[in-house]
Design a protein around this ligand. Sequence first.
Ligand SMILES: Cc1ncc(C[n+]2csc(CCOP(=O)(O)OP(=O)(O)O)c2C)c(N)n1
Ligand SMILES: [Mg+2]
Length: 305
Amino acid sequence: MAQAIPFDRRAPVQCKQPLKALPPNLVNDIAASAAFVRQHAIASIYHAGSGHPGGAMSCADILACLYGAELNFWPDAVDDPHRDRFVLSKGHAAPALYAVGAQYGFCNKREALSLRKLNSKFQGHPHVLDMPWVETSTGSLGQGFSVALGMAMGLKIQKSQARVYTLLGDGELQEGEVWEAAMCAAHHQLDNLCAIIDYNKMQSDDRNDAIMRLEPLAAKFRAFDWAVAEIDGHDIPEILGALRRASSTHGRPSLLIANTVKGKGVPYMENIPTWHGSVKLTQAQAEEALAALGATREQITEYLA
Ligand SMILES: Cc1ncc(C[n+]2csc(CCOP(=O)(O)OP(=O)(O)O)c2C)c(N)n1
Ligand SMILES: [Mg+2]
């Protein structure tokens, strides 16, 4: 579990500190957490013999920023109705979610390597009955966004200060349900909702452009009356700043279009559609990936044991 707690995670949501008040080592701590997320996800996919590495690598920095600094959510606050919520709408990136959960104490690092094993809680897509901290079960693309929208509406009705964050894949935006939710969130002025798109430009087998193009993406969401920011989804200060600005946006939901690289950090995976999912990593491939992600020889041995 990461030792450095960036700021008082027990403070009520309305007491969130401005970005400039965060400790100077925060960016380094989050970068270290993101490296762990990538390494752990690779190791669990290796042990499982299947999984989705590409989209887990692309969202690691975003997840580390959310859990390391933005979410007012910590392991003993799972039952606290005033906690922030996070919904992994692109549920196939579960290995990255389990890894960030392990990093911040929501689950055990070793147990979380039992991805997709029989009787394991850590299935290929997150299940809320197995792990209450994952907030809701996801995997059928498009649905998580709607669940997040419902949570944001419910929190508004209860006059709660808690915020709802959700992470979508860009291919996921091809689900019609996403656009119903986008329209609904703007109509209800859900400024407690922040959606982040992992804009890695790829879906299962190919580039989005070759299947069904999304551009002009920012203009589409702006036309739906969302507050839109386009950011580098691997630049930690930029992600943190955009999340913080979203939390002070009033009257409209926020969308962060996070430009990312599918397979980020593993050179032989980057921008190669084959590494989207259902892949079996050989030991040599897992070792090469872990080394590229900064794991030491001893750590690689431990991960793959
Ligand atoms: C409703 C539905 N249709 C199809 C799938 C199968 N599927 C899993 S991942 C994926 C591609 C998703 O692409 P994207 O959202 O861009 O994810 P990322 O690139 O971040 O991995 C598809 C089609 C699914 N999970 N749900
Ligand atoms: Mg994608």
